[in-house]
Ligand binder design. Sequence first.
Ligand SMILES: NC(=O)c1ccc[n+]([C@@H]2O[C@H](COP(=O)([O-])OP(=O)(O)OC[C@H]3O[C@@H](n4cnc5c(N)ncnc54)[C@H](OP(=O)(O)O)[C@@H]3O)[C@@H](O)[C@H]2O)c1
Length: 274
Amino acid sequence: MAQSIKKLLVVGGTGFLGSKICQRAVERGLEVVSLSRRGQPSQPDPSAKATGTNDWQAGVTWCQGDVLRPETYAAELAKCDAVVHTVGTLLEANYKGLAQSTSLCQAVSHLVPNSPQVKGQREHSYEVINRDTALMLAQAMAQSPRTKNLVYISASRVLPFIDSRYISTKREAEAALLKYGHFRTVILRPGIMYSAQQSLRSSVAGVLGMAGQVKQALLSRISRTQSPVPSAGLATPPLPVDQVALATVNALLNPSVAGVVPVDGIIELASRSQ
Ligand SMILES: NC(=O)c1ccc[n+]([C@@H]2O[C@H](COP(=O)([O-])OP(=O)(O)OC[C@H]3O[C@@H](n4cnc5c(N)ncnc54)[C@H](OP(=O)(O)O)[C@@H]3O)[C@@H](O)[C@H]2O)c1
């Protein structure tokens, strides 16, 4: 199964982690294709702007498509040796909507299951985003003889006030992917990721802090005798997003790496020089 990897498809290549993976892969000389529903990256990479190295974005082919609709990317997939899946959501309600909330009430509306923002939006469920997107991709890969390597970005164990389905849907996807014999599967389980360029307000850590405050406010109204919900205590150490991106590319380029890689394994993989 070992083969050299020349062309990589990054599903979610416009995202927080996905764009870093694209950058690192381009720097390593891979041909890189990004797939996302929006297609183009929303803005020039701020870190690249600071260092005067925006060139990597020109080295990526930015494709528009939906991983749940293989017909939108099957032609690109057929030309790729490897795929990274970075689609996932920490909050079933749109956490980026939560991050943009300007009041506690608005933030609550993004978290309460029966609110208009959340109700009836199955496409925003953990089951679809964290699990079904990966299963759909695996089915498409099974039809693509050249594509023999997959990295699935999972997550470490559950955070204090995040629905347990966040991690259970990740684990369901992992179990299903590991059953495929057609390709090598690497599963990375990072904790929270951060970037020096990212403002706290738009970061997942910032959103977690806000989500924690909202839930705390709600619960204290329901029962004032209950002890307050602990603030956002992280179960695993946060990692720089660039470290996870480096680990991803190193995992792809080392055919002996396979299976589940926890946080310490991610740190070790990122430190490997190629
Ligand atoms: N951020 C963290 O701190 C953290 C921590 C632990 C684990 N993780 C995991 O790491 C992965 C990456 O997280 P992230 O923060 O980088 O996510 P993100 O910024 O939300 O990026 C997700 C990417 O997926 C694309 N996408 C979403 N639905 C899609 C679809 N149906 N078809 C094609 N593309 C789709 C998005 O673009 P469009 O919306 O334009 O399609 C975007 O490019 C996720 O699996 C997440 O669960 C993240």
